[in-house]
Every structure is written in C-alpha cells, then in structure tokens.
Design a protein around this ligand. Structure first.
Ligand code: CP
Ligand code: NVA
Length: 307
C-alpha cells in the first residue's frame, strides 16, 4: 500500500489490517495512552473543496501520532499561478512525508500520485471517498460485530460516497443494494469491477430504483446529499428528481428494527434525511464521524511509517 486513492486498490487483508489498527488506536486514544510513531513527520493538506471532518480529523490525527500537519491552500501555492502538479508534487516530496488531496476530477489525484515520491491520500474526489468508506465499515463492525453477510442499502445519488461504499462492501462481504433515480446510478465501470470482487467474497451488489424494495430487512441504511460539492447549480433540479429518495421513518420501518442509520455528513435535513431519523435511536451518524479520526490515523501509520 503506497497511496490511498480508491478502496479498489486495497486488498481485503489491507482493509482488515486498517480496521484492526483503527480499533487499537481508538482504544489508546480513549485511555489517553500516547503512541507517537509519526514524530518528525509532516502531512501536507491540499484541499480544493471545503471540508470539516476530513480536514480536522487528519490534522488532529497526525498531531496525536506525534507528527504535524501543514495546510497547503491553492491560493498560497505557485500552483495557483500555473506551476504544474508534477513539479509541485516533486518538490513537496522533498519536504513532507505524505499529502492528503481533496479535489474535483479523480484524475487530478492520480496525477499527484504519479509525480509524488510520498504517499498520496485521496481526501475525496468527484468519483471516490475511500477514507469515508473505511470509517463507515469500521463503524458497522463496531456496532454489529460480524460484518459478513449484512445487508446495507444506500439511497440517493450514485456519487463518490456510494462508489467507495460499493467497493468496500464488495471487498468485505457486505451485500449492498442501491436505490437511485434513473440517470443517477453509480458509475458502470466501478460497479463492474466491484461485482468481480463481490463474487470472490460471496456478497451481492444490486442497483434498484425503488427505495422501499431496497430497504426491506436492511441491517444498515445509508444516504448522502442529493447535490454534491461542485453540483450546486443542479440543486433545485435535483430536489425534484430525488424527492422520493429520502431516508425517513417510513423507510426505517421496512428495515430490521436494529438497523443502523448512517450518513457521511454534512446532511441536509428535510432533503435526503429527516431530522427525526438523523437524531433517532438507530442513528450512528456522529460515531461514524468520530471514526474518521481513528481510521485515518491507521491509514497514516501504515502509509507514513513504511519508508
Ligand atoms: N464526510 C466528509 O468527508 O465530511 P467533510 O466534507 O466535512 O470532510
Ligand atoms: N457526496 C458529497 C460528500 C461530502 C463529504 C460531496 O461530494 O459533496
């Protein structure tokens, strides 16, 4: 594991190792036990989109591991004046030990990885959100124990969060059903290669259109915003298209009584999820957000202590 660009790039063993290490690091943090394998190491943070969870959890996480973070806002870098990604990546590789990138097109993060001599971590692109998926499966495991054979349903837009979830479910033996409006299904290529992984791990991937059918007997109900960052202009149009794709009480009723309600956040209450369900007893949304910290610490330990 040299970079973390997509979940697909990880083996099942690497995912399991990260989940195990995350649990150890979480336990240590709860007991205020110091563990500083990243002393003297620096994590660069290059974010071209807003972020609360990813940015703060990486920054806090690297400090807790004994290292430090350095923010690299586009406006302060020569990249803003036309210096290439390739040159920037080569130069930063001489100073810092890893970099988190949040950007638009997925190929931008691939370009960074191609020219960096240090690990590149995808902090979200238009196509993938691997750090989120690791925290999601960690949370499911924490709450349910065994994850193999569970049924997760994802309602809404077949977006970056959905893609990484599909990939991680396929690699960890979770059955995933997605209910998406026509034209907003996940990327066909991502689904095709995830189906190959799912076949190896005995799990199923289904793309449906009716949320009620998908939610039947679900162990986990997951949703995300109807309009992602960069799609603000489509928001009004999407409100109409997605109106029947809401995680609400009615949907929760057809799932198992102890089903987990999950959302990567930020949420738009009253749109993709209702306030009562977000705040209800089935919701593990804020534990899920906390777990971003623990799982990303595990990712940093594995990537930044390898060389
Ligand atoms: N879930 C998530 O990645 O949140 P941020 O956009 O706040 O980082
Ligand atoms: N799909 C959302 C996720 C935010 C964490 C977006 O890309 O805006």
């Amino acid at each position: 594991m040299n970079d973390l660009l997509t979940i697909h790039d990880l083996t099942t063993e690497e995912i399991e190792d990260i989940l195990t290490l995350s649990a150890e690091l979480k336990e240590k943090q709860k007991n205020r036990q110091m563990d500083c394998p990243l002393i003297g190491r620096t994590l660069g943070m290059f974010f071209e989109k807003p972020s609360t969870r990813t940015r703060v959890s990486f920054e806090v996480g690297v400090y807790q591991l004994g290292g430090q973070a350095i923010a690299l806002p586009v406006s302060d870098l020569q990249i803003g004046r036309g210096e290439t990604i390739a040159d920037t990546a080569k130069v930063l590789s001489r100073y810092i030990d890893a970099i988190v990138i949040r950007t638009f097109e997925h190929k931008i993060v691939e370009e960074w990885a191609e020219h960096s001599a240090i690990p590149v971590i995808n902090g979200l692109t238009d196509l993938h959100h691997p750090c989120q998926a690791l925290a999601d499966v960690f949370t499911i495991k924490e709450k349910k124990g065994n994850i193999k054979g569970l049924k997760l349903i994802y309602i809404g837009d077949g977006n970056n969060v959905a893609h990484s979830l599909i990939e991680i479910c396929a690699k960890t033996g979770i059955d995933i059903s997605l209910a998406c409006p026509k034209g907003y299904e996940p990327d066909k290529k991502i689904v095709k290669s995830a189906i190959e992984d799912a076949n190896k791990h005995g799990s199923k991937i289904e793309i449906l259109s009716n949320p009620q059918n998908a939610a039947m007997d679900a162990d986990v109900l997951y949703t995300d915003v109807w309009a992602s960052m960069g799609q603000e202009k489509e928001h009004k149009k999407r409100l109409k298209i997605f109106k029947d794709y809401q995680l609400n009480k009615k949907l929760l009723k057809v799932a198992k009584p102890d089903a987990l309600v999950m959302h990567c956040l930020p949420a738009h209450r009253g749109e993709e999820i209702t306030e009562d369900v977000l705040e209800g007893t089935n919701s593990v949304i804020f534990d899920q957000a906390e777990n971003r910290l623990h799982t990303q610490k595990a990712v940093m330990v594995r990537l930044m202590t390898a060389s």
